[in-house]
Design a protein around this ligand. Structure first.
Ligand code: ATP
Ligand code: MG
Length: 203
């Protein structure tokens, strides 16, 4: 598989649709553990990406991915805005002067992007955040998992946050009371990863 950035508008559209379709459920989760603004933050970023989709699709991958990151960083706000921004900006840096995005290159740059998110959020796996989806997905991609496998890994990661105690973000104020609920950021990451994997498995 080798893709050009011409695929980005369809990925942005699929991502936007899945967040739209599950907005109420995610907001309900975020009202338990956070301040209920996660979907609104994300939708602000996705709206901006939709407006820039055509422009992004005309760039080489390195500037295209950087533009995605800068757009999310400048429009989303919240903890998740800086984390998603960091993910894409670091992926773009890792891509460097390479122009061909195949499965191996994607696995490599995604892994480095997730490492940067861990540093930025000062967080690891098991802290009930989006990283409980991003870390296992990055690891399985490196091991050569297919797009279909990746959605399943993301779902398992999202589900795993239910029984964790939050130690990062606003949810950490709840301490043991955070146990029993899925993290909103883990759920949105899983939804977006499954939507993207769905398109890539047919590409
Ligand atoms: N330090 C962190 N490292 C990784 N992910 C984090 C961290 N803090 C928060 N998150 C993720 O961000 C999500 C919350 O994003 P949101 O857009 O609501 O930002 P926020 O309201 O500023 O954050 P929060 O409510 O967690 O303080 C959480 O569900 C969690 O998955
Ligand atoms: Mg919030």
């Amino acid at each position: 598989m080798s893709l050009t950035s011409k695929i980005t508008p369809s990925l942005i559209k699929a991502t936007t649709e899945t967040i739209e379709q599950n907005a109420e459920e995610v907001t309900a989760l975020d009202q338990v553990l956070g301040d209920g603004d996660h979907v609104t933050n994300l939708q602000r970023g996705l709206d901006a990406l939709n407006q820039q989709a055509l422009e992004i699709s005309q760039l080489e991958w390195t500037p295209a991915i950087k533009k995605i990151g800068m757009t999310l960083l400048s429009t989303m706000g919240g903890a998740s805005g800086s984390l998603f921004g960091t993910l894409f900006i670091s992926m773009s840096k890792a891509m460097g002067d390479k122009t061909e995005l195949n499965s191996q290159v994607f696995a490599d740059i995604f892994y480095q992007g997730v490492e940067a998110v861990k540093k930025r959020g000062k967080a690891e796996a098991g802290e009930k955040t989006m990283l409980d989806v991003l870390i296992p997905v990055a690891e399985k991609l490196k091991q050569g998992a297919t797009a279909e496998d990746i959605c399943q890994i993301a779902i398992e990661g999202m589900e795993s946050t239910r029984n964790m105690k939050a130690t990062k973000g606003r949810a950490s104020y709840l301490e043991a009371k955070s146990i029993g609920h899925i993290d909103a950021g883990a759920r949105t990451c899983q939804l977006m990863i499954c939507a993207i994997a769905g398109i890539l498995s047919k590409a």
